[in-house]
Ligand binder design. Structure first.
Ligand code: NAD
Ligand code: DAU
Length: 335
């Protein structure tokens, strides 16, 4: 990335946001302000050890219009990660997803428009719905929106708000829709960390339904490099799909985790399926690769997964405090 700027990173204490902050401070000259509400998903420990002269952390809500206005006015670029992010939670209590994902995004783009600031909106491939297992098609920038869950429908709504603000008000915004991320600092409610930490605690992994569902995995650092490329050289008003050709079915992922941790590959349980469970996601990232010259660095999923397992092994103090609460939420949802 060329030059330096002041980035306001919303949700920078969450999984992907904190990986982005680490990546930016390691690879660019930018300074970063994190705006994060420190919900159950936000964690100060994910930002420890970073250079304090280049990182400011603000504890606040993206729905707080006065706070958002003053922060946006004082920065060059807003990179918007903050969201309620977990499908299972959205099926049991959708309201916070409306508040943060829809009204929170609205609050941010209103401030960005008032102060004419560059805005990058982080979104998900789930806005496109799902694909059949045997469908040769993958999602592209022109795939129609067809979200399935309260989570993905609120993300779709936020994408459409950003698009409308570009067209109606000339907001200088770009959007990226990325596939499933893995890597360090991911909350233990999510599939890969939940199963790794289950095994590390002597519990069996839990596969929803038949375990045949496919996700298209990308390392969080590859997501970060793509976002920087779009902020640098993306066309205002455009959408970019981010993916690293990492399709894997859930059963294979669980088997890899078990083998890695010295357990029999079949030492998992099949449990009740997620209602409305999307079968398959798959990203065609040709546009990002050809127009912006982006390439993923982590092309070997098994290798990236091994590194991630090692991280959870070596950082028990990061995840142990959240593990019991996350499993208690699953127990309530199942009852
Ligand atoms: P996460 O749940 O780990 O982190 C979300 C962060 O946002 C937390 O730090 C939380 O405290 C903060 N936050 C929540 N509500 C807030 C509010 N009202 N105001 C301020 N901060 C608030 O989520 P994640 O997995 O890191 O996802 C980050 C973004 O990336 C989301 O927009 C998500 O839709 C998108 N995304 C995620 C994936 C994935 O695989 N996890 C893939 C593609 C896109
Ligand atoms: O595609 C991008 C999306 O990926 C992001 O927008 C979301 O924020 C992120 O949470 C993720 O959504 P998924 O629903 O795909 O991720 P999750 O980790 O919840 O589940 C991954 C797959 O694993 C999915 O098919 C459900 C399954 N699963 C999940 C859990 C928690 C299990 O089989 N067992 C589990 O215990």
């Amino acid at each position: 990335t060329t030059g330096m700027g002041k980035l306001l990173v919303t949700g920078g204490a969450g999984f992907i946001g904190s990986n982005f902050v680490h990546y930016v401070l390691r690879n660019t000259e930018h300074t970063v302000t994190v705006l994060d509400a420190f919900t159950y998903a936000g964690n100060r420990a994910s930002l420890e050890g970073l250079p304090s002269e280049r990182l400011t952390i603000v504890d606040g809500d993206i729905g707080d219009a006065a706070l958002v206005d003053s922060l946006v006015s004082a920065h060059d670029v807003v990179v918007h990660y903050a969201a309620e992010s977990h499908n299972d939670n959205s099926l049991h209590d959708p309201r916070p997803f409306l508040d943060t994902n829809v009204v929170g995004t609205f609050t941010l783009i209103e401030a960005a428009r008032r102060h004419d600031k560059r805005f990058h909106h982080i979104s998900t491939d789930e806005v496109y719905g799902d694909l059949e297992l045997d469908d040769p098609a993958r999602f592209t920038e022109t795939t129609p929106y067809n979200p399935s869950s309260p989570y993905s429908s609120t993300k779709a709504a936020s994408d459409l708000l950003v698009r409308a603000w570009v067209r109606s008000f000339g907001l200088r915004a770009t959007i990226s829709n990325c596939s499933n991320n893995y890597g360090p600092y991911q909350h233990v409610e999510k599939f890969i960390p939940r199963q790794i930490t289950n095994v590390l605690q002597g519990q069996r992994p839990k596969l929803y339904g038949s375990g045949q569902n496919v996700r298209d995995w990308i390392h969080a650092d590859d997501h970060s490099s793509a976002v920087l490329a779009i902020i640098d050289a993306g066309v205002i008003g455009d959408t970019y799909l981010i993916g690293a050709d990492g399709e894997k079915d859930n059963r294979s992922v669980v088997e890899l985790i078990l083998e890695n941790l010295g357990q029999p590959a079949d030492a998992y349980d099949l449990v009740a399926d997620r209602p409305g469970h999307d079968m398959r996601y798959a990203i065609d990232s040709t546009k990002l690769r050809t127009e912006l010259g982006w390439l993923p660095r982590y092309s070997d999923f098994a290798e990236g997964l091994t590194a991630t397992i090692d991280w959870y092994r070596g950082n028990r103090s990061w995840w142990e405090p959240q593990k019991a609460a996350a499993e208690a939420r699953y127990a309530i949802q199942a009852s």
